[in-house]
Design a binder for this molecule. Structure first.
Ligand SMILES: [Zn+2]
Length: 220
């Protein structure tokens, strides 16, 4: 099983990727973990990434590609994997295609979790969490509200919202997603490996839909 999981920010693809990897004994490949690992090992991608991060910059495409290239160039490269958060642009998708073909691998499928923008905004901007160390309970105003509005049910601390989850920020992230990541859909559709899945249900329902779609294609 060699997969990419695609979907808008806040669609829950990280959670789905983890569950899928656990069930299918595949490696969950996320750029955040790879980045931390490369920085610790001081690989050439790690050193370059470190320089960008220290300068307060986002890690550029080329460095992210280098990071992925290092991971798949190693002898212990994953033979079964689910990519989460990479590739997120068309140049990255092209780079990943050549990284894989360079080691004689091919993707089996690209799962596209489809969730409408309105739903993402509602889901993400309704998230609140408890800032108290050792509690960190999370809530959602619609699906999992605290007993007393604005306060943690477990410890009574006032709830806070992550800056990333503010409605304006979510809107910006969606704009970037439509502009930069959606062009991957026709790319993988042309390759005949795009698998569309309804991503609007709860975690369990969506997880089941993904498994069924993969099983239908003999990938699970
Ligand atoms: Zn709390």
């Amino acid at each position: 099983m060699r997969l990419i999981l695609l979907g808008p920010p806040g669609c829950g693809k990280g959670t789905q990727a983890k569950m899928l990897c656990r069930d299918a004994r595949a490696e969950h490949v996320g750029t955040g973990d790879l980045l931390r690992d490369a920085i610790r090992r001081e690989t050439s991608a790690g050193i370059e990434a470190r320089r960008e991060v220290d300068a307060g910059h986002l890690v550029p495409d080329e460095v992210v590609n280098l990071l992925i290239g290092e991971r798949f160039g190693r002898g212990d490269r994953p033979s079964r994997f689910v990519m989460d958060g990479y590739p997120r642009t068309l140049p990255q998708a092209h780079a990943f295609d050549s990284i894989l073909s360079g080691v004689g691998m091919a993707l089996d499928g690209v799962v596209m979790m489809q969730v409408r923008d309105e739903l993402i905004v509602n889901r993400v901007s309704g998230r609140w969490s408890c800032p108290k160390l050792g509690c960190k309970a999370t809530y959602h105003i619609d699906s999992n509200p605290p007993a007393r509005p604005g306060f943690c049910t477990d410890c009574g601390t006032g709830l806070v919202q992550r800056a990333d989850d503010a409605p304006a920020t979510v809107g910006e992230r969606l704009v970037i997603y439509h502009r930069d990541t959606e062009p991957l859909v026709p790319h993988y559709e042309k390759a005949g490996i795009l698998i569309r899945v309804d991503g609007e249900g709860d975690i369990g329902v969506v997880g089941l839909a993904i498994r069924q779609a993969l099983a239908t294609r003999g990938l699970l």
